[in-house]
Structures are given as C-alpha cells and as structure tokens.
Write a protein that binds this ligand. Sequence first.
Ligand SMILES: C[S@@+](CC[C@H](N)C(=O)[O-])C[C@H]1O[C@@H](n2cnc3c(N)ncnc32)[C@H](O)[C@@H]1O
Length: 280
Amino acid sequence: MNYNQILKKGENFLKRRKIKNPFLDAELILSKVINKKREEVILNINNKLNNSDIIKFKNYLFRRSQNEPIAYILGYKHFWKDKFLTNKSVLIPRPDTELIIEEALKYLPNDKSKKILDIGTGSGCIVVSLIKERPKCTATAIDISLKSINVAKTNAKLHQLENKINFINIDIDKYKSSYYDLIISNPPYINNVELSRLDNDIKFHEPKLALSGGSDGLRNLKKVIFKSKKLLKINGKLILEIGYKQKNQCAKILNENKFYINKISKDLSGIDRCIVSTKL
Ligand SMILES: C[S@@+](CC[C@H](N)C(=O)[O-])C[C@H]1O[C@@H](n2cnc3c(N)ncnc32)[C@H](O)[C@@H]1O
C-alpha cells in the first residue's frame, strides 16, 4: 500500500466515526509513522509502506477513532514558538493561552531579572515559553499533579531550561514562598454542567484535574487570587486565564481582594479570556 492509498483509507475510517478533520489527522498520523514532515508525505505520495508501518498506522488510527486527541497520539503540541511534549497526564496547550504570554511579556523588560510564579503549570508550556523569551528572569512552577510536574520538567529540559525553572509538586493552598513580581495561571475553570457537555475528545481523555473548577467553575480561580494576594509584591501583576462568562465574577473577586484591573483581553472567538491585574 502506498501513502496515497493508506491516507484515503484512513480518512474514510475516521469520517465514518465522525472525527473532525479526518484527512488532516490521517496525514499527521502517517507523518508520525514514517517520522517525516507532512510536506514530505505529500511530495512522496506514491512511496510504499512496509508491513510494520501499516500496523502502526492502523493502531494510531484506531486510537484517534476512539476520540483520543491527536496531540496525545503524536506526543506533542505547538504552543507559542515551540513544540511541547504532551501526554494524557497534562492538558493539551491551547492557542488561547498564548494571550497570557503576550500580556506577560509587556511586564517583563528584556534587561530586568523578574521573579515569576506559574500556578498549575501542566505541560509547562507557559513558563518555558516565558523564560525562553526573557532568560534573565527566574521562575517557579507548581502543580498538584506529580505526573504534570514530570512532563513540565521534561519540556524544560528539551528547551535547555532545566536549571532556570524550579518545579514543585504542591497544592496551591500549601505553597508559601513569596515576593513574586508576576504570577501567571491558567487554572481549571470549567463548571460541572459545561464539563458534561464538552466534546468527547476533551471529556474522556484530558485530565479532569486540569479542567474542573467545581459547581460554578470559580473554585480554583478564587484559590489563585487569594494566594496571589499573599505571594505577590506590592504592584506585582497577576495574569489569569478565565472561562466563558467569568469576566464579571472574576473582576469582582479581584477587586474585593485589592487588585486593580489593568486589562481584559479577548481570544480569537471574541470571548473574554485573559485578565491582567495589579496587587495594590
Ligand atoms: C487548565 S490546566 C493548565 C495547564 C497549563 N498551565 C496550560 O495552560 O496548558 C490547570 C493545571 O492546574 C493544576 N491544578 C489543579 N488544581 C491545582 C491545585 N490545587 N494546586 C496546584 N495546581 C493545580 C492541574 O493539575 C493542571 O495541570
């Protein structure tokens, strides 16, 4: 069987199982199997596959047909300017989260050494991207999940930053070290009703611990805000990712905890997604 034939079979198989983007996914899976870029698949469309590659292709395709996200099958996801190792222990980095990077960079001058804390680091995509952009800064990244911390450490190592970021497996409630210039967090903020309505890819495969924000979705946002009040320097910045329709409640909690709201930015779908605030 050549690339063209197996891609067609793969596309049809995924289509029948109602997977979005069946051709793209089949192409990505084939490029993983033959360990070549997608462009090379297209350029060599009449190349033949050996039997062991056909078996690998079928196995990956079956996983995708069961709604396993393509980022877990490929083992990586692009975020900001780099590739990040991704597996089922961590949330898949989302393009919306790049808003945190855009905003944070405005408060991190190139020549200054600022102290940063990433709460709920997951794959480490935010903190690694920030330290790559601002190598003079130092960072700590925490997560309640040990498996996440291990993935984040591997990502830091892949980007030669293992000595620049201190990774700690701890619950935010128990973390005490303070005097940060900047705290960033994309906490789990999905409420229980929305959680039950998510696409199967997310609902059945991404870690609940990374998604669930309790009955109103605000449980972890509140924890991060209360804690940041203690951990930030005066005039330090807190940059948070928030969920759909959480802007007003989140701004209220920030104000009640003596934070000034600097900016609320929208994601590409026009949804309020990122709040920048200052500890007064
Ligand atoms: C939405 S994910 C964000 C992951 C990553 N920062 C990103 O943006 O892709 C939230 C992360 O917070 C972690 N988390 C949940 N509850 C926590 C807690 N109480 N203390 C510390 N981390 C927590 C989860 O394990 C998960 O990795």
